[in-house]
Design a protein around this ligand. Sequence first.
Ligand code: ATP
Ligand code: MG
Length: 312
Amino acid sequence: MKDAETASVRKSKKRQAKPKFIKTEKTPVEPFDPEALIEVQHLTKKFGEQVVLDDISEKIVQGEKVAVIGPSGSGKSTFLRCLNMLEDPTDGYVFFEGNNLCDYRIDINVQRRRMGMVFQQFNLFNNMNVLKNITLAPVHIGMRALRRAQRKNFLIKAGNLFRPAAKKKPLLSVRTSKKEIKADAEADAMRLLERIGLADKAGAYPSTLSGGQRQRIAIVRALAMNPKVMLFDEPTSALDPEMVGEVLALIRELAEEGMTMVIVTHEMGFAREVATRVMFMDGGKIVEQGAPAEIFGSPKNERLQDFLSKVL
Ligand SMILES: Nc1ncnc2c1ncn2[C@@H]1O[C@H](COP(=O)(O)OP(=O)(O)OP(=O)(O)O)[C@@H](O)[C@H]1O
Ligand SMILES: [Mg+2]
């Protein structure tokens, strides 16, 4: 017993002695802003020799609706994809809720769950019906938590066999079952589908739906994870014109409810109306940004003026 105690004391000392922040090349030099939901510092991305993002430092606070505009190839998608580490930055840091996503000790999957991403091409699973598409991730996460609790309880029970009655450890409370997790996720999914008027499509496969319906389901699928921020990459540019409206209406509704969002878009009218801030990217840099009225009303940068003259 004494040996075991000394071992545990030794272990805890060792744990304390470990530096809290291991200095690596991924350790930021500047402190992050605790007010920011997302902060990037000196974000740089290169594909081979091509510099696609060039030393971008930017903050996005909760409740902001940021529209990213700019010519094709300016790095908009790459910027968005770096925010949730779908692209690994070549240099610089990305903080989300104060967590340094470039730190190798961060579980990026846990962080990514809080950042809903919607792509141009919907990215639904075509071999699953709508309900399964929406519930897949929540059920997977719920089941993982359940299995982890069950595994811990198994170890506690086994340990308790050797502990005297006074020292037996209490079991973790496991209130759910697989059936309940699934039922909860399905109830949530149905609520979301009802909200967008597609409850009757729960059993349908994506290939039988219109582009607008598929994209709204992709949005709802992201919402099922209760994200803190939604990242949209040209969510309407693969749609037939008559379907653009229904998708934008849903995004506008989310914006009005206070969802923080970053949206790469070619819909200038939408950006002007919904965004609280517009960023204009060109050549891997944010060359001008500001309130929509400023950006669209009195653009200062020549390249922005040129861009707007072509798209407006
Ligand atoms: N995986 C990759 N490998 C190599 N080059 C890439 C890759 N992804 C993007 N690029 C290049 O990086 C540049 C920026 O691409 P990005 O997709 O971010 O631009 P964009 O502003 O989103 O353009 P668009 O409006 O056409 O979507 C482009 O020149 C592109 O060819
Ligand atoms: Mg793009």
